[in-house]
Write a protein that binds this ligand. Structure first.
Ligand code: MEV
Length: 442
């Protein structure tokens, strides 16, 4: 009998994987088939499967996402084959096409603006702010000393704590302060390092205050509310751009010469600076490219996106992350994004494909990977805005989507080959592909 959906399950995490799978399958009409389907995505090598299971909790199978390659990605005169993991059909094609196009026009140029990361200890204290400020030099010394066992390794790699600043937000929330801590984490994303340091800071700060016996009793109590890194990294930023004279844009569209294309493109990007509806979609297109590289290299794409969208609002209004500059007859398309990436630690060395991706990229440093991922963001943004301002997005998008539609109609290989030929110069839509397949099957 099919399981009722409104029953609370207790102890799910304690079940064996097979038991979890069976239990889940009972929610379907055809439990046997569901078990077989989900098991068909298990890795054939048990050791590998165990590794995947241990990445997360309550795992019952694996969810596949295609792993593709964008070739010809020339950045600062070095050429890469960039691995991209993404389910959206047009993203790798867009990255590849844009990269080929720009490789013939000097490639991507990229520079790191800064690499600082931040974390905060949020706390309450009821004494006068001036007293706390006066104690800060000593507090800093005590805190830094307390975390020496945690920071020693990072310091050997050239990273560590850069600054500890006291911030008062008592005008917003009564008695509320922060320690705003700045870090350099070199090639690691640094989340665990930062959070360990911050939690130790929190405990040390509370104990330090408790030991200030000359203070009124109430002021000896300092409440740590929480200690956590911030995913907002406005000082961990990469700038990547492409540029060429108008004349090198002449062939893009039959109806627009290079200058007309550049000016129309520039206007489209400007729209994403003044209109939040367009800005959101525009930036989503950028993250199509960035996320795909982040996932392929085992990086935390949620953190990267969160930082980017917050950064897009840094002027008090959500805006495009990319911009166009036109100087004389030079068209320049620039993307500036915050990006906290790692190339050591975390999933980067544990996930076998993340490791492979990094090797394919020549085992880059975190800053080099920032350049690569941002180039793929710029590439996707360029391709999207180019299509939008010329032939429209659907022509290319639907062509790429053709195989998804064919799979929906369960087309066999012969039908797929015939359809690919037929739709070379026909408009692709769900209906038109359906009709075509029906006509083949008549
Ligand atoms: C689709 O995933 C992304 C686009 O909508 C981006 C854009 O509109 O700029 C094509």
């Amino acid at each position: 009998m099919r399981r009722k959906r409104d029953i609370i399950i207790s102890g799910f995490s304690k079940l064996l994987k097979e038991e979890k799978l069976k239990l889940v399958a009972e929610y379907f009409e055809n439990p046997g088939e569901v078990v077989s389907l989900l098991k068909s995505f298990w890795h054939t090598d048990e050791r590998q499967q165990k590794l995947f299971d241990e990445f997360s909790e309550n795992t019952i199978t694996n969810f596949y996402i295609p792993y593709g390659i964008a070739p010809n990605v020339m950045i600062n005169e070095r050429t890469y084959l960039v691995p991209m993991v993404i389910e959206e059909s047009s993203v790798v094609a867009a990255a590849s096409a844009a990269s080929k196009f720009w490789s013939e026009r000097g490639g991507y140029h990229s520079e790191i603006i800064s690499t600082k990361k931040v974390g905060q200890v949020h706390f309450s204290w009821s004494g006068p702010e001036s007293r706390l400020r006066a104690m800060m030099p000593e507090i800093r010394t005590v805190l830094v000393e307390a975390v020496k066992p945690i920071t020693a390794n990072m310091e050997k790699r050239g990273g560590g704590i850069l600054d500890i600043e006291l911030i008062s937000l008592t005008h917003e929330i009564e008695d509320y302060y922060q320690l705003m801590v700045t870090f350099e984490t070199k090639d690691s994303m640094g989340a665990n390092f930062i959070n360990s340091v911050l939690e130790e800071f929190g405990q040390t700060l509370r104990q330090y205050m408790a030991g200030q016996l000359h203070l009124p009793e109430q002021q000896q109590q300092l409440e740590i509310i929480m200690a956590i890194l911030s995913n907002y990294t406005p000082e961990c930023v990469v700038k990547t751009w492409v540029e060429c004279p108008f004349s090198r844009l002449d062939q893009i569209d039959e109806t627009l010469d290079g200058e007309a294309f550049a000016r129309k493109f520039e206007k489209a990007v400007r729209i994403a600076h003044v209109d939040i509806y367009r800005a959101t979609t525009h930036n989503k297109g950028i993250y199509n490219g960035i996320d795909a590289v982040a996932i392929a290299t085992g990086n935390d794409f949620r953190a990267i996106e969160a930082a980017g969208h917050a950064y897009a609002s840094r002027n008090g209004r959500y805006q495009s992350l990319s911009r166009v500059e036109i100087e004389g007859d030079i068209f320049r398309f620039i993307l500036e994004v915050p990006m906290a990436l790692g190339t050591v630690g975390g999933l980067t060395s544990l996930h076998p494909l993340a490791k492979q991706s990094l090797e394919l990229l020549g085992n880059p440093s975190a800053t080099e990977l920032m350049m690569i991922a941002s180039a793929m963001g710029l590439a996707n943004n360029f391709s999207a805005v180019k299509s939008l301002t010329t032939k429209g997005i659907q022509a290319g998008h639907m062509k790429m989507h053709l195989f998804n539609i064919l799979n929906h109609f369960k087309a066999n290989d012969e039908e797929k080959t015939a359809a690919a030929e037929h739709f070379k110069d026909q408009k692709v839509s769900f209906a038109s592909v359906g009709q075509y397949i029906a006509s083949l099957r008549k």
